[in-house]
Design a protein around this ligand. Structure first.
Ligand SMILES: *Cc1c(COP(=O)(O)O)cnc(C)c1O
Length: 389
């Protein structure tokens, strides 16, 4: 009889939800009783609580992380005629946000070990038109705040963080969202802090940026029916904010659990480095919040290529992902930006090698052991096939 393997999903949000389900239902009931569905009390409370948690004064809730980038840059005065530097290897929303602000995106390559934006390459990409840099704290690891501030101060650039994967990440004494003028967060359900639908926020130290954002998200009207800005409709729903208010106090605990999982993966995977399985490097110690746990199946050095490995893992019940399979500069929708294959060799090579292992609070030690054990057995099996062939 063939045994059915235990399925280990890539993400499981139910484990996190169950212990707080009653609290969440109560918070939603409170909104229902009040009826303040748009720009209601729970939103104001969450904006204050989340901004404070990031170590800044102002938070402005918007509909999603993409809007947080687009409207956030606009509120900082970035737009048409400005160049904005961003990494080629990020989720496409970073690019869409920059484009929607009206600015011209300028891609740069990444560091092969951390997959974070290469700040030496960023410096070379600076022109007299460069207005801002959008560092992406990819996978939950912050881009070095001190190096970013050095660069920004030297060339008089704004730093607008894409912190959509890095809620409460820390590095060099800074918390994600507190380095630059403003930062964008997403509360998409699978992010480290997730709503029960879409949501986003811009946090900022700058009162005038916050004020502009409150107008931009509300049809460009600082007061009702008086429109001073070309705004839009992009609010974080009160019900979503109520859910997020319940979840925020647990974020520290969930991030600690993600680090436990990453530590275990790191330890168990160490013997596999010599076989070409190499985790993305953590340069920020305990401040990494591991939104994702990424490994590379090296083109030179691993007996099995990434696709075959993923397929075999999947057939044994282990679900994996790729974040991301095609860098932004090669996405068909943005061909008009004029970039080509070969422009960012490191980002392009990483895209061919990376895959993401199951990572979510509640993933057990035995599940982690099962994931790594299965990778090990796939490699061993492949090795012996090669030898006998
Ligand atoms: C998720 C994400 C976004 C966009 O957030 P949405 O809420 O999905 O619009 C932006 N940047 C990065 C790096 C992300 O991971």
């Amino acid at each position: 009889m063939r045994s059915v393997p235990n399925i280990i999903p890539f993400v499981d949000l139910t484990a996190q939800h169950q212990p707080i389900a009653a609290q969440i239902e109560q918070a939603i009931q409170t909104v229902l009783r009040r009826g303040d569905y748009v720009l209601g009390q729970a939103l104001t409370e969450f904006e204050q609580a989340f901004a404070a948690a990031c170590g800044v004064q102002h938070g402005v809730g918007v509909a999603c992380g993409t809007d947080a980038i687009a409207l956030g840059l606009q509120a900082c005065g970035v737009g048409s005629g400005d160049e904005v530097i961003l990494p080629a290897n990020t989720f496409v929303a970073t690019l869409i946000g920059v484009l929607r602000s009206g600015a011209t995106p300028v891609f740069v390559d990444c560091d092969p070990k951390t997959a974070l934006i290469d700040l030496v390459a960023a410096e070379k990409a600076i022109t007299p038109k460069t207005r801002a840099i959008v560092p992406v704290h990819l996978y939950g690891q912050m881009v070095s705040p001190t190096q970013l501030l050095d660069l920004a101060n030297t060339y008089d650039l704004l730093i607008f963080e894409d912190a959509a994967q890095a809620h409460m990440a820390e590095r060099e004494g800074y918390r994600a969202g507190s380095i630059g003028v403003a930062a964008a967060f997403s509360f998409y359900p699978s992010k480290n802090l997730g709503a029960m639908g879409d949501g986003g926020m811009v946090v900022t130290k700058d009162e005038s940026v916050a004020q502009m954002l409150r107008s931009l998200r509300n049809y460009g009207a600082p007061r009702k029916y008086f429109h001073t800005d070309y705004g839009t409709n992009s609010r974080l729903d009160t019900i979503q904010a109520a859910v997020l208010n319940v979840k925020l106090p647990y974020l520290g605990e969930w991030n600690r659990d993600r680090r436990r999982i990453a530590d275990k993966y790191n330890t168990l995977l160490r013997p596999l480095h010599s076989q070409g399985i190499l985790p993305i490097h953590n340069q920020s110690g305990a401040g990494h919040v591991y939104h994702l746990y990424i490994v590379r199946a090296l083109k030179s050095g691993c007996v099995v290529d990434r696709e075959a490995l993923q397929e075999q893992l999947n057939s044994q019940g282990i679900q994996t992902g790729i974040h991301y399979p095609l860098p932004c500069h090669l996405q068909p929708a943005f061909a008009n930006l004029g970039y080509r294959s070969g422009d960012f060799p490191i980002a392009e090579a990483l895209c061919q090698e990376i895959f993401s292992l199951p990572m979510y609070p509640g993933l057990t030690d035995s599940q982690i052991t099962q994931v790594v054990g299965t990778i090990e057995s796939v490699l061993a099996h492949q090795d012996s096939r090669k030898i006998s062939a």
